[in-house]
Design a protein around this ligand. Structure first.
Ligand code: NAI
Length: 462
C-alpha cells in the first residue's frame, strides 16, 4: 500500500494532464490505467488514430483526384490499406509511449489495473489498496448502441472497430450524423466506400450553427456522402455477407431495408463509471449516469473529484485537459476558471468545421440581438491558390456592443483558424478588434478578418 497526495483514475487527456500538473505542483501523484497503454480513448482508439486515418485518406484522395488540377500527374494511385493502418498504429504507439515518458519524467506512479474507490481516501487496484488525500475520477466515456443492435466490432462496429477494418467496405452505413459518423464516414468514403449516413434528426451536426450544418451537408453530398435524414434504424440483421438494416421515418412510416457490408454506430457516448465503486462510497451521478460535480469538480463526497467525459459538458479532450489542469491548481489552493462557452469544437472532415461560442439558433432563443458578418473562402486568394474554396466564416456579434458572441467556420483549416477567435473572445474582443488586427497576406486567416469587417458591412474583397 502506498500513500499519495493525489490518485487519478484514468490516463486519458483529462487524467494524465491532471496528474502531470499535480506533480508539477509538488504533489505525490499516481495515475491508474487498466489498458496496457496510457492515453485513454483519445490516444488509443479515438482522436489520434482517427486523425492519422483522416490525414492519410485525405492525401490518398488528393493524389487520386486533386493533384492533377495543380499540374501534378501522379498516374495510378493505389491504396495500401495495411500500410495505412501501420502508419496509424505507429502514430498511436509514439503518442502512448510519449505519455509514459511524461509520467516517468514527472515521477508519477502508473498503477496498472482497474481502480476501484473502496472508501473515501482509498483506491484499490487489484488486491492492493492505496490511499490518497485527493481522488480524481477521470474514467472518460464509452460508446453507446441502439436497442436491438449489438456492436460486434466486425460487421457492426463502433469507432473502435471502424479504425481497424481489414478491407474497404463496398457499402458503409453510418448510424448518426454527428462528429464520429462524419469523420470516420469521410475516411472510408475517400478510401472507396459508398457511405450512407442515417440521422434521426432533420440535420447533420445538430449542435452546430444551422447554416453550417446545411453547408456541411451540401459539401459532403457533393463529395459522395448519401444522407438519410429524419430516419431511424429499427433493426439490424447480420447476414453471411453483411448487415441488413431496417429503417423508417423518424416519426414512423416508409419502412425500408438497407444493405451494408459494415455498419458504424455513432449515436453518442456515455460516461464510464463501471466498477468504480461509486455506489459503495455514495458518489452521486445525474440522470445520464455522469458524476455530479460542482464548479470546483468536487463530487458530493469530500476528497473525490471528477473531470472530463465522465462529468457534464462536451466530450472533448481539450475540455478534459483544461479541467485537469484547473483541478490540480485548485487542489493546492490556487484559483481556476473555465469559460465553457469558449471551448472550441472541430470536426475534422474536409473541409473542417469549427465553432466557438453561441450559434445563431442559441442567440435567437436567448433573445439576444446580434449582427452577422460572413465571408466565403471563394473570395480568399489563398483558398483559391489551394483549390479549396468551399465554405465560409460566420461571425456573430452583439448588436449594440459589437462583442463577438460566436464564430462558425466551415472551410480549409477551419480547426486552426478558430484559435484566433477563441483567443480574441477570451479577451472579450469586438468584431471591430478582429477587423482592425493586421492579418498576413495571403492567408486563410484573412477570411476571418473579412468576416469581422462584414459584421459592420464593410468587407473589402466581396
Ligand atoms: P454526436 O453526439 O456527435 O452525434 C451523434 C449523432 O447521432 C447525432 O447527430 C444524433 O442526432 C444522432 N442520433 C442519435 N440517436 C440516433 C438514432 N437512434 N438514429 C440515428 N441517429 C441518431 O456523437 P458521436 O459522433 O457518437 O461522438 C461521440 C462524442 O465524441 C461526441 O461528444 C463528440 O463530440 C466526441 N468526438 C469529438 C471529436 C472531435 O472533437 N473532432 C471526434 C470524435 C468524437
Amino acid at each position: 500500500m502506498s500513500q499519495y497526495d493525489v490518485i487519478v483514475i484514468g490516463s486519458g487527456p483529462g487524467g494524465y494532464v491532471c496528474a502531470i500538473r499535480c506533480a508539477q505542483l509538488g504533489l505525490k501523484t499516481a495515475c491508474i490505467e487498466k489498458r496496457p497503454t496510457l492515453g485513454g480513448t483519445c490516444l488509443n482508439i479515438g482522436c489520434i488514430p482517427s486523425k492519422a486515418m483522416l490525414h492519410a485518406s485525405e492525401r490518398y484522395e488528393e493524389a487520386g483526384h486533386h493533384l492533377g488540377a495543380l499540374g501534378i500527374d501522379v498516374g495510378n494511385v493505389a491504396l495500401n490499406l495495411s500500410n495505412m493502418m501501420k502508419h496509424k498504429d505507429g502514430v498511436v504507439e509514439a503518442n502512448v509511449k510519449g505519455v509514459e515518458f511524461l509520467l516517468k519524467k514527472n515521477k508519477i506512479d502508473w498503477l496498472k489495473g482497474e481502480g476501484m474507490i473502496s472508501a473515501p481516501g482509498k483506491v484499490k487496484v487489484g488486491s492492493e489498496e492505496h490511499s490518497a488525500k485527493h481522488i480524481v475520477i477521470a474514467t472518460g466515456s464509452d460508446v453507446i448502441s441502439l436497442p436491438g443492435i449489438s456492436i460486434d466490432e466486425k460487421r457492426i462496429v463502433s469507432s473502435t472497430g471502424a479504425l481497424e477494418l481489414k478491407e474497404v467496405p463496398k457499402k458503409l452505413a453510418v448510424i448518426g450524423g454527428g462528429v464520429i459518423g462524419l469523420e470516420l464516414g469521410a475516411v472510408w468514403r475517400r478510401l472507396g466506400a459508398e457511405v450512407t449516413v442515417i440521422e434521426f434528426l432533420d440535420r447533420i451536426l445538430p449542435t452546430n450553427d444551422g447554416e453550417i450544418s446545411k453547408e456541411a451537408k451540401k459539401i459532403l453530398s457533393k463529395q459522395g456522402f448519401i444522407f438519410k435524414l429524419e430516419t431511424k434504424v429499427t433493426g439490424a440483421v447480420v447476414t453471411a455477407s453483411g448487415v441488413q438494416l431496417s429503417v423508417e421515418g423518424a416519426k414512423g412510416g416508409n419502412p425500408e431495408k438497407l444493405d451494408a457490408d459494415i455498419v458504424l454506430v455513432a449515436v453518442g457516448r456515455k460516461a464510464y463509471t463501471q466498477n468504480l465503486g461509486l455506489d459503495k462510497v455514495g458518489v452521486a451521478v445525474d440522470e445520464r449516469g455522469r458524476v455530479k460535480t460542482d464548479h470546483g469538480f468536487k463530487t458530493n463526497v469530500p476528497g473525490i473529484y471528477a473531470i472530463g467525459d465522465v462529468i457534464a459538458g462536451p466530450m472533448l479532450a481539450h475540455k478534459a485537459e483544461d479541467e485537469g489542469v484547473i483541478l490540480a491548481e485548485m487542489i493546492v489552493g490556487q484559483s481556476g476558471h473555465i469559460d465553457y462557452n469558449l471551448i472550441p469544437g472541430v470536426v475534422y472532415t474536409w473541409p473542417e468545421v469549427a465553432a466557438v461560442g453561441k450559434t445563431e439558433e442559441q442567440l435567437k432563443s436567448e433573445g439576444i440581438q446580434y449582427k452577422i458578418g460572413k465571408f466565403p473562402f471563394m473570395a480568399n486568394g489563398r483558398a483559391r491558390a489551394m483549390n479549396a474554396t468551399d465554405g465560409f466564416v460566420k461571425i456573430l456579434a452583439d448588436a449594440s456592443s459589437d462583442k463577438v458572441l460566436g464564430v462558425h467556420i466551415i472551410g480549409p483549416e477551419a480547426g486552426t483558424l478558430i484559435a484566433e477567435v477563441v483567443l480574441a473572445m477570451e479577451f472579450g474582443a469586438t468584431a471591430e478588434d478582429i477587423a482592425r488586427t493586421c492579418h498576413a497576406h495571403p492567408t486563410l486567416e484573412e477570411a476571418v478578418k473579412e468576416a469581422a469587417l462584414a459584421v459592420d458591412g464593410r468587407p473589402i474583397h466581396i
